[in-house]
Design a protein around this ligand. Structure first.
Ligand code: COA
Length: 185
């Protein structure tokens, strides 16, 4: 378990997959990810098997949020699964990796959990994996994500112009990164 302030990161389990499929079919999530086609459980199961065969550093984490302040009848009062995160493209010789996440449960977006997750992952990357640089890509229309990354110390490094075609228009992809030297976590 990797603990943040109000979140914990644990290994994704098979039981998580059906809710992941539901999240990845939600327009509010998928429009910010590079997903083109509708997602089905067999797609997700195949992806999950591929992740299990990958090196530990790139295997995904389930995000559980402490739900006291968000309680409803449908949530566990202690921990509620709210999303998925992790690293990919880990480049050991250059000690860098790419970070990705989504908060799939809409009730838990916009109340600080994403920032908690990113801070926790970056701290783990620098203090445990001994990485030197964490980078990510984000579409230009994703203001909450950009703000969240800025709050965690990420800086804009570049822009891939018109690299994403969505809903009939082109969007730029922003390249952001944080270096260990400049990170103040
Ligand atoms: C992006 C995401 C992970 C951020 O997590 P979150 O829990 O929603 O974010 P937080 O609440 O921690 O922070 C969001 C910040 O953006 C701000 N924000 C929200 N809407 C905004 C807008 N339209 N313009 C500018 N800032 C905005 C919030 O006020 C908050 O900043 P603040 O704390 O200074 O007030 C989450 O929204 C998500 O999963 N979205 C769908 C999938 C996705 O976009 N994944 C990332 C792909 S790169």
């Amino acid at each position: 378990m990797i603990l943040g302030e109000r979140i914990r990161l644990r290994r994704l389990e098979r039981d998580d997959l059906p809710r992941c499929v539901a999240w990845l079919n939600d327009h509010d999530v998928r429009r910010h990810l590079a997903l083109l086609y509708p997602m089905g459980l067999p797609n997700e199961e195949r992806w999950f098997e591929q992740q299990l065969a990958a090196e530990p550093a790139v295997q995904p984490f389930a995000i559980d949020a402490r739900a006291e302040s968000m309680m409803s009848d449908s949530v566990d009062p202690a921990w509620t699964p709210v999303g998925v995160c992790g690293f990919h493209a880990v480049d050991w010789p250059n000690r860098q990796a790419e970070l990705g996440l989504f908060i799939g449960n809409g009730d838990f977006r916009g109340v600080g959990f994403g920032t908690d997750v990113v801070k926790t992952l970056v701290r783990w990357a620098f203090r445990t994996l001994n990485l030197n640089r964490v980078q990510l890509k984000v579409f230009e229309d994703n203001a909450p994500a950009i703000r969240c990354y800025e709050k965690c110390g990420f800086r804009l490094e570049g822009r891939q112009r018109q690299s994403r075609f969505q809903d009939g228009r082109y969007l730029d992809t922003l390249l952001m990164a944080v270096l260990r030297d400049e990170w103040n976590g």
